[in-house]
Design a binder for this molecule. Structure first.
Ligand SMILES: CSC[C@H]1O[C@@H](n2cnc3c(O)ncnc32)[C@H](O)[C@@H]1O
Ligand SMILES: [Zn+2]
Length: 437
């Protein structure tokens, strides 16, 4: 018998790829933080001597969810300004609050609070755009989560940097510092076309090419953003990004609610990835991303929560259901974004957008052992005719009972292993008292 770290025997094994596959009486073998193989349960019991065995008789086992767009530390700004359109929300409420309170400590505590919520909801990897990405990266690492730290860029000064060049240089230093980190990688995060001018965008493209890192940006979030740009420059932001050669297979465009058919075709042609944030778009009344059309055109569409100040939670299972329902309504076609495609969007599509699809996003031999187990015995997921249907449309994130990243448990039997919930609650209250005394 071969000694290995872990054997998991779930009721249902959902690898996500190949699409629609649900294995029963199978096991997942894990060693050295990686998936050794998926194999029949009887064979696993004969061949492997596991240091630890997990028997999950009521559970579906699937890859960890990938949150392709978030601002994790904004968990500390949850509920500070609601029921407003994007620009009023951002310019009159969020930026002033961030200007007054964001610091390395704010980011550490906000990310830790968000990480607890994300882990509890089955998210194992998060693409995070926020100030003090060094502090955020450290907090994600301490929580044991996989993260993509954004090298953020803005034209205006904040507590993190004084001007676009300083943002870029601090970002490059962070990129160097994170080299060799097994869990945290980097991506450029220029905020949006309306906050970053041509010169820094040109530099970002050059550095992204040189260092082989991607670019992640809010694009065409609202009709107002597009109209303002057309009025000021005669060009839609997409056209400007195209002329600056930003669009390519390493570019993640977030939101994308305002798209012509020609722009959809170009997104496919350039291999641009879209990070769809349906609940934030709904709450800020930003518009509807044409997910059905994008998928038909061959665009990779990933899923994000955006920050907790515009969502107002970080529940990616909830987001996945909203995405599926909204895509059907927008397309006027109930067959758009079926359950299995929505699960793909929340896992492998996110991994692909982040350039991590060789490592995560599906349960496959050789990939990192980033997996989650969901207890389907709850009343709201009974009876189980179709596991994929339960996971996409009926699961509540509280049913996530196990979360592993690189073979290490972050949630065991519903209990967080790396974070102290009582301490997180106390910190959240402390910050609230400072922010709204
Ligand atoms: C450069 S750090 C990130 C920056 O983005 C702000 N933000 C949060 N949500 C949104 C959104 O939906 N559109 C545009 N900008 C957003 C966040 O508050 C930070 O200032
Ligand atoms: Zn955002």
């Amino acid at each position: 018998m071969q000694p290995i770290d872990l054997l998991v025997f779930p009721r249902w094994l959902v690898p996500v790829e190949p699409a629609g596959l649900v294995l029963e009486q199978h096991a997942l073998a894990v060693h050295g933080g990686r998936i050794l193989e998926l194999l029949p349960a009887a064979e696993a019991a004969q061949r492997y001597q596991a240091r630890e065995t997990l028997r999950l008789d009521r559970h579906a086992l699937m890859p960890g969810l990938v949150n392709a767009h978030s601002h994790a530390a904004m968990s500390l700004l949850r509920g500070i300004a609601d029921d407003l359109p994007l620009m009023t929300w951002l310019q009159e409420h969020i930026w002033p609050a961030e200007g007054a309170h964001v610091s390395p400590e704010f980011c550490r505590d906000g990310v830790s609070l968000a990480a607890a919520e994300l882990i509890r909801g089955g998210v194992t990897c998060v693409n995070d755009m926020y100030f003090f990405p060094d502090a955020s990266a450290a907090a994600f690492s301490a929580a044991g989560m996989r993260a993509v730290a954004n090298l953020i860029v803005l034209d205006f000064p904040t507590a993190w940097a004084a001007n676009a060049d300083e943002y870029i240089h601090k970002g490059l230093a962070l990129h160097d510092a994170l080299k060799g980190n097994p869990l945290v990688t980097t991506i450029f995060g220029p905020h949006a076309p309306y906050t970053v001018s041509d010169a820094p965008l040109t530099k970002i493209r050059a550095y992204a090419n040189e260092l082989s890192i991607g670019i992640h940006m809010h694009v065409h979030e609202t009709a107002g953003e597009v109209a303002m740009a057309v009025q000021a420059t005669g060009k839609r932001p997409w056209q400007r990004l195209k002329e600056l050669e930003l669009l390519g297979p390493d570019f993640i465009a977030v939101h994308m609610t305002q798209l012509s058919d020609e722009e959809i075709a170009e997104a496919a042609e350039f291999g641009v990835h879209v990070a769809h944030c349906p609940e934030s778009n709904l709450k800020l009344a930003s518009g509807f991303c044409p997910v059905g059309k994008l998928l038909k055109a061959g665009v990779n569409v990933a899923l994000g929560t955006d920050g907790a100040a515009s969502n107002n939670d970080l529940d990616l299972f909830g987001e996945l259901k909203t995405a599926a329902l909204l895509a059907k309504a927008v397309a006027g076609d109930a067959e758009t974004l079926p359950a299995q495609a929505a699960l793909h969007m929340a896992t492998l599509a996110g991994a692909k957008a982040l350039g991590l699809d060789e490592q995560i996003g599906s349960l496959k031999e050789g990939k990192q052992a980033d997996f989650i187990a969901i207890d389907l015995d709850a009343l709201n997921t009974q009876p189980v005719y179709n596991v994929l249907s339960q996971l996409a449309y009926a699961v509540n994130s509280r049913q996530v009972s196990e979360v592993y990243v690189a073979g290490k448990p972050l949630l065991r039997g519903g209990l967080l292993t790396t974070l102290d919930e009582t301490a997180l609650r106390a910190k959240a209250r402390e910050w609230a008292a400072k922010i709204r005394p």
